[in-house]
Design a binder for this molecule. Sequence first.
Ligand SMILES: [Zn+2]
Ligand SMILES: [Zn+2]
Length: 342
Amino acid sequence: MKAMILKEFGAPLVYEEAPEPKIGPRQVLVESKANGLCATDLKIVDGSVKTAPTPLMLGHENSGVVLEVGAEVESVAPGDRVVVVSKQTCGRCRMCRLGHEEMCLNSPGRLGIEIDGGFGQLVAASERNLVKIGDNVSLAAASLIGGTLGSPLHAIRMARPELGECAVIFGVGGLGLHALQILRHLGANVIAVDVKEEKLAKARELGAFETVNAMETDPVKAVMDITNGFGADIALEIVGGAAVPPVLQQCIDLLRPGGRLVILGYSFGQKVEIDPAQLVYKWIQIVASHNHTVRDVSDAASLVNDGRVRAVITEEAPMPDANDALAALRAGDPVGRIVLTW
Ligand SMILES: [Zn+2]
Ligand SMILES: [Zn+2]
């Protein structure tokens, strides 16, 4: 098979022939069709994800078509169109049994991060980490159902939004634009904060109640004005990078007493200074959200299947153009996701 391989951190990926993966009795061979690109891919290429080895085929936001199934596989068959959930899980450990397989204690790793993912033409995935999708959903859109939709869905469950509540999303990139649609669907009013006008325009198109350009306006003051001095019920931090510490402080400042902050964006090793007295006096609830469960992906698939949420794709490019696509992601900070197709 052909594959786009990361051979050395910091170097361009190499397009070449690679051996086909073998599957076990509970595994499935999936023909990779589409891969969403995200900031995690850049972190892997740069060598900052310490669990990622080389050589590695990236592609953790993957969809494809089942080609072959192991002897004990029952839930999918050749020809099925599937979302491949990146984290491979055991289903038997304590965390899996708690329903938190995103924290599986026996996981061999995440496809495209610790083990080979969709940048190879064939992917070996365990049966339990596949979610079937309807024929009406394109495979490009399907590639976003795992990471791009499942992860914000996971975070939003932790935020426990209620009808009519006000949620502020900091960062309406790939995850943020999808978080916005889910929150709208659950009946929350969403204020989108970003530094790029094109992203804010997209957020308005997708139903944001208000948008704030943080380059021009202080988001804390803006949210206080919009909420008549009360503050927001929910804040989602999805900015990542150097902006995380100041944005977390802004989130705490603009929440109402008892407001909930969910942290998704990060960069490794970054320290944040927070005054615990402010947290206590304001009764701020803070939780971090990592990855997504198969249930999150399955629910995200149903939202896309019947058109309640739409996958926001900025560009589709063929897999051999992966280096250009990664450079565009790094430089351009696109509106929605770039998808690489086989
Ligand atoms: Zn991702
Ligand atoms: Zn497990």
